[in-house]
Ligand binder design. Structure first.
Ligand SMILES: [Zn+2]
Length: 58
């Protein structure tokens, strides 16, 4: 199962979709598809089982 969430790049402020799976829980590093700068993505689970993500500058 995957969840799609929309996140805003902390560098270029473009909104993008991330597809998350339970395997992604925790922290992962990913590059912005628009400006190619690095993100630290923090993935957490909501009480209803869906996933959410917050993005920080790496
Ligand atoms: Zn960006």
């Amino acid at each position: 199962m995957t969840d799609s969430v929309q996140v805003q790049c902390p560098w270029c402020h473009e909104w993008q979709w991330l597809w998350l799976a339970v395997d992604d829980l925790g922290e992962m590093v990913q590059d912005c598809e628009v400006c190619c700068r690095p993100w630290v993505v923090l993935v957490a689970q909501n009480p209803d089982g869906t996933l959410r993500a917050s993005v920080q500058r790496s």
